[in-house]
Design a protein around this ligand. Structure first.
Ligand SMILES: [Zn+2]
Length: 429
């Protein structure tokens, strides 16, 4: 058995607002066995010990919506309007990606996420088998869904099911089913996806109502809202649904989706950058809808940093509702931890530092000028931190980042490989 002790540590448990001012976390294999105030007094033979002095422990962040290999497209085709950007830049580039490029882009994104405190992510991209390899290489949790889009949907559903078969016993990888959106999938596709999800108990990861254009296209085709179309296709029935964006939803949509196991993933930076609009998150939360947080892909953000995203998430709601009390720092932190764990069906295993939970823990180094004085610890993390304070990261009981250094992955080599992939794709254009 592997034993890990983190001592001299302040712990934000995310169980209500319970904070342990100074204590320890004792981990056996991949589970948290004890979280307590004071000093660990048991034996210490064969223990790995981390001194948490000056640090704050927090559950690792769960990025609930991204397209991880799109790190390769970071900064590519900037400044174009959405449709020209997609047609002239993004889609031709993506059509030329090889399996090796996807691996290189995924690993680059994964190390960026680990270094900024993310320990799990929900992904939608082609070649999730390859992305799974990068997850295993880095020891990060991946909730992976291969996109189902357009006319090839039957083959894509088969691909999802073979991925499900391959990874159903995996510790770190879980397969989701990922219909791209109600405007890129036919009604028949959405119906079939709902059925398959029910039969195999696969959570659904989808984009809904990202832009006004989408709402108009759906209105013209069905005379309904995007949320109604998905409902009428039976997508929500007995299924767990994780819906990215949800920028445009009306009061009836809100009342409708709250009756289902439905999580909205708020992507504030992507929505601002693409001028999509502001999702009415405060209103959804007031109505009891579960809301989580995502970065979206690096081509529309342009980073995968959840601390950065939390700040935008909170500020944008305050501005949008003209209310300085809207979406507090603590509630924002919940979007990235507790609510996200609920979204992926792991609320009894992830999102809190709690005895019996999986050991996905980050240590934030508070010995930084911009985090002092530590008057309000939640607001310092959400508004003052920037991700560069993540000193140590533990995923599934394994230390993957220690004293700011990745233990198992060569950072420089990963950066070099990704940059070379980018150059090769450009040469193929
Ligand atoms: Zn997306």
């Amino acid at each position: 058995m592997k034993r890990l002790l983190i001592e001299n540590i302040k712990v934000i448990t995310m169980e209500g607002d319970y904070i342990i001012p100074k204590g320890y976390i004792y981990i056996e294999d991949n589970k948290i066995v004890k979280v307590k105030e004071g000093v660990y007094e048991g034996e210490r033979d064969n223990f790995e010990v981390i001194d948490g002095k000056g640090c704050v422990a927090l559950p690792g962040f769960i990025n609930c919506h991204t397209h991880i290999p799109m790190t390769l497209l970071r900064g590519y085709g900037e400044g174009l309007p959405l449709m020209r950007w997609l047609n002239e830049k993004i889609w031709p580039f993506e059509a030329r990606l090889t399996e090796e490029d996807i691996y290189n882009g995924a690993l680059l994104g994964i190390i960026e996420m680990i270094k900024s405190g993310t320990t799990s992510f929900v992904d939608m991209y082609f070649r999730e088998d390859t992305i799974a390899k990068a997850c295993r290489r880095a020891n990060i949790r991946g909730f992976l869904g291969s996109p189902i889009i357009g006319d090839m949907w039957e083959r894509q559903i088969d691909e999802t099911l073979s991925l499900y078969d391959e990874f159903k016993e995996d510790d770190l990888i879980k397969i989701f089913i990922a219909p791209h959106s109600p405007y890129t999938c036919s009604f028949e596709t959405l119906k079939k996806v709902g059925e398959i999800a029910r039969n195999y108990k696969l959570p659904i990861h989808i984009h809904i109502a990202e832009t006004k254009d989408e709402v108009n296209i759906i209105r013209e085709k069905y005379n309904k809202t995007p949320f109604e179309v998905c409902k009428d296709a039976g997508l929500y029935d007995e299924n767990k649904v994780i819906a990215a964006h949800c920028v445009y939803l009306n009061d009836d949509d809100i009342i409708m989706v709250k009756n289902y196991d439905f999580t909205v993933v708020y992507n504030p930076q992507s929505n601002m950058k693409l001028a999509s609009g502001v999702a009415p998150i405060v209103k959804m939360m007031e109505n009891g809808i579960n809301v989580a947080l995502g970065t979206d892909g690096a081509s529309s953000n342009n980073n995968l940093n959840m601390i950065d995203e939390m700040k935008s998430a909170s500020l944008l709601q305050k501005l949008s509702f003209n209310d300085a009390t809207a979406l507090s720092a603590y509630d924002t932190l919940k979007l990235a931890t507790v609510n996200a764990a609920k979204a992926i069906g792991m609320e009894d295993k992830l999102g809190k530092i709690k005895e019996g939970f999986l050991a996905d823990i980050i240590l934030i180094d508070f010995n930084k000028p911009h985090l002092n004085p530590p008057t309000d610890i939640y607001s310092n993390i959400v508004y003052a931190a920037n991700g560069s304070e993540i000193k140590t990261v533990i995923i599934n009981g394994k230390v993957v980042l220690k004293d700011y250094k990745l233990l198992d992955i060569k950072e420089n080599e990963t950066i070099l490989n990704a940059n070379q992939s980018f150059i090769k794709v450009i040469e193929r254009l």
